[in-house]
Ligand binder design. Structure first.
Ligand SMILES: Nc1ncnc2c1ncn2[C@@H]1O[C@H](COP(=O)(O)OP(=O)(O)OP(=O)(O)O)[C@@H](O)[C@H]1O
Ligand SMILES: [Mg+2]
Length: 482
């Protein structure tokens, strides 16, 4: 029993360090949190799953019971253990006592902590055997509210509790692995390993020993015996990614394991039986691969007991704002600055076809957050291929209209002109503004320069000089009536 992530909520730095070092000593991974806001980042988040919470002095940021309520609102079932400092001020209330699994006193003693951890483990196991209600919050990072994503969530919910094999199909970057992890997380196997294997990335001659393990001396280089991924995943889930790239030879071997549930390590004839749930994924169209003889039909039917298709991003552009926000948060979390997209920039992303789907979007957001840390990204700041032509054209017309809308007599024309994101040739802009205003004044004064000069609040000779420079003269009758 080791290795889980333990959220340590403790304001006092010395106590916090003490708790963390004890947890590390016991081979747990402490994750520290200092204020209630930061809880949002860690709880209710499947891939980042927190195993338990150690709740210490809540300090200036509210009482321990308030922090506990916040924890419960984010994850109603997470085991919480209270850390009591005899010197420090946690006020024990009935609500607090009822809401935690156990309490430990500072300074922590490894033996006492170990027995509490045992209790947490038992609590977690029982909770899953009883099939407690699954927390919908945990779906949070399968972001989206479109019909397509709702359907995927529904399928995950339907299939998670069974042991049925699942085949996830969908274009590259649509979230096939996210779906696989959710299925595992929402199954009774969640406390057992989720073992991914990328069948396309492992050379065919190594895949067999990777999946089934090998005995010492089974082949050149096999210095020691090694467990395969099937054994590692015992009790949990084996995720066979890019199954469409698996060689026909390996497909036969996999089919046998799926049928008989037993296999042998390479170089051994001892059969091993494991209890593994298989989730496979591919971006290849397997039906076509079957037609062309690259994929075995019998294996396809074995895997495809419960098919789930992840929709391409272009078919669910209504999810873009949610996804963009989620990815910005993630990127800020990784230390890049935060970021904001203007509505036009967001609209422009909705016109794009997204061949790389959510993965491409994630890369774009990361790139933008490096280019514009804590900045606002407008249409023109997007890399060119993400700028929708119709929106670029519209924006250009608006800039021109804005410039033209600056009427004479307006006290502060500057306040009506927004500096376009793409920048502006100021000199040229001012010259054209000057030209337009002088032309209007002249036309409205019937080209009587003295009158126009008055309207422009300048001397007559200055205006004549400007008209000469700008090449302004009355077309039909040659020179204006000076
Ligand atoms: N619905 C979603 N909500 C939030 N993030 C998502 C979602 N779908 C995908 N992502 C993110 O997009 C990236 C790609 O997802 P994933 O690796 O699951 O895609 P995939 O379909 O397995 O792609 P490939 O076929 O290229 O392996 C990941 O960073 C993942 O976190
Ligand atoms: Mg993948």
């Amino acid at each position: 029993m080791s290795g889980g992530k333990v959220l340590v909520y403790e304001q006092h730095p010395v106590t916090r360090n003490h708790i963390c070092s004890i947890m590390e000593f016991l081979e747990y991974e402490p994750v520290t949190v200092e204020g209630p806001e930061a809880l949002n980042e860690h709880l209710g988040n499947p891939p980042d799953a927190i195993w338990m919470v150690l709740l210490g002095g809540a300090g200036a940021n509210g009482s321990a019971v308030e922090v506990l309520r916040k924890i419960r609102s984010l994850d109603p079932h997470i085991p919480v253990v209270l850390v009591l400092d005899p010197k420090g001020g946690i006020k024990l209330t009935a609500e607090l006592e009822a809401g935690v699994i156990d309490m430990v006193e500072m300074p922590l003693r490894a033996r006492r902590v170990n027995s509490v951890l045992q209790k947490v483990q038992t609590f977690r196991e029982n909770r899953h055997q009883n099939g407690s209600p699954r927390n919908l919050e945990l779906f949070r990072n399968l972001v989206g509210s479109s019909k397509g994503i709702q359907r995927v969530r529904k399928m995950i919910e339907m299939v998670a509790s069974s042991d049925a094999n699942v085949l996830i199909t969908g274009e590259s970057g649509t979230g096939k692995e996210v779906v696989a992890r959710h299925i595992h997380y929402h199954s009774a196997r969640r406390n057992k390993p989720f073992v991914p294997v990328n069948c396309g990335a492992i050379p065919p001659d190594l895949l067999e020993s990777e999946l089934f393990g090998h005995e010492k001396g089974a082949f050149t280089g096999a210095i020691t015996a090694r467990q395969g991924r099937f054994e590692m995943a015992d009790g949990g889930t084996l995720f066979l990614d890019e199954i469409g790239d698996m060689s026909l030879n390996m497909q036969v071997k996999l089919l046998r394991v799926l049928q008989e549930r037993t296999f042998e390590r390479v170089g051994s004839n001892k059969s091993i039986t494991v209890n593994v749930r298989i989730i496979a994924a591919t971006h290849v169209n397997l039906e076509k691969a079957i037609e062309s003889g690259r994929f075995r039909e019998d294996l396809f039917y074995r895997l495809n007991v419960f098919p789930i298709e992840t929709p391409p991003l272009r078919d669910r552009v209504e999810d873009l704002p949610l996804l963009v926000n989620d990815l910005i948060e993630r990127s800020a979390h990784e230390g890049h600055g935060s970021l904001r997209l203007t509505p036009t920039a967001m609209q422009s992303l909705g016109h794009y076809k997204w061949p790389g789907n959510v993965r491409e979007l994630a890369n774009l957001i990361e790139r933008l957050s490096i280019l514009y840390p804590n900045g606002v990204v407008d249409l023109h700041d997007l890399p060119e291929k993400y700028q929708a032509t119709e929106l670029v054209a519209k924006a250009a017309t608006e800039v021109a209209a804005e410039a033209a809308a600056v009427a004479p007599g307006v006290a502060d024309p500057g306040q009506f002109i927004r500096l376009p994101r793409g920048g502006i040739d100021l000199k040229e802009h001012l010259t054209s503004l000057e030209y337009n205003l002088i032309l209007q004044a002249l036309q409205e004064s019937n080209w009587v320069v003295a009158h126009a000069a008055k309207r422009l609040m300048m001397g007559r000779t200055t205006l004549v000089e400007k008209m000469r420079k700008l090449g302004l003269q009355r077309d039909e009758e040659g020179a204006a009536g000076i």
